[in-house]
Design a protein around this ligand. Structure first.
Ligand code: ZN
Length: 249
């Protein structure tokens, strides 16, 4: 069992790296404990296999410096928001006790993304209900209830209604290396014999950089990642982040 500061949920291995790899690298660098839970093994991807996806995720996790990664092995392309899948997620939340959770876009180009987000959002709420009983997967002990204090959406393919831009300029190179670890998915060579897809085209990778520069421009930095708060209003204890451009006294 590990106590995390931040837990990210993703429909497929590589979704977290694409949507918030900069946030992950930045928070790890600042000393926070960060984990990813992938809902599916990405077995329906046109390129790669379950084995290659695990290998790629392992390399990306090491690049990011993750403290925890788990795959829930929910069936890819038929993600259902039912109690069985909610309980798998609740078990992860209660065993890692994150303060902040990140979930994907409310809806997106890939239908799995919105479905995964709804499932995770519901499970995060239910995780705080005392009458929903779950057992720790290792010890089999009854778990304590836990609900993260804050939940954010990260952006996936299509724009979301974001309120925050995180400066990821000093970790952009780490995000690029973590995304590039998924060699079967991105930057495909034109002469490999795997099916060509929307994301395997090298242009997709260039567009990711263009987008990070665009959000960096809006956020007053070089590279940025946008985030949306799941349940506004957000209660905060101070305004520390708003003093970043001013010398601390
Ligand atoms: Zn995905």
């Amino acid at each position: 069992m590990i106590n995390l500061d931040i837990l990210i949920f993703a429909a497929h291995p590589d979704d977290a790296e694409l949507g918030c790899g900069g946030m992950i690298a930045s928070m790890v660098k600042q000393g926070y404990k960060v984990g990813i839970v992938d809902l599916t093994e990405g077995e329906m991807s046109s390129r790669g296999t379950i084995v290659t996806r695990y290998d790629e995720a392992k390399i990306a996790s090491e690049i990011l410096g993750l403290h925890y990664r788990k795959n829930l092995q929910i069936a890819d392309s038929i993600i259902k928001n039912n109690r069985a899948n909610q309980e798998k997620i609740i078990q992860e939340i209660r065993s890692t006790k994150p303060d902040i959770c990140f979930i994907g876009a409310p809806s997106d180009r890939h239908p799995d993304h919105g479905k995964a987000t709804n499932l995770c959002a519901d499970a995060i709420f239910y995780s705080g209900l005392i009458k929903i009983k779950t057992q720790d997967q290792v010890s089999q002990e009854l778990q304590e209830v836990w609900r993260p204090h804050h939940v954010f959406h990260y952006m996936q393919d299509r724009p979301i209604d974001y309120q925050i831009i995180l400066d990821i300029s000093d970790v952009w190179d780490i995000k690029v290396r973590a995304m590039a670890a998924y060699t079967t998915q991105f930057n495909a060579s034109s002469d490999d014999d795997l099916p060509k897809t929307f994301i395997s085209d090298p242009l997709f990778f260039q567009q990711l950089e263009a987008r990070a520069r665009y959000f960096g421009h809006l956020g007053g930095c070089t590279y940025g990642e946008p985030f949306a708060y799941h349940n506004l209003p957000a209660g905060v204890k101070n305004f520390d982040s708003f003093f970043q451009h001013k010398q601390k006294r």
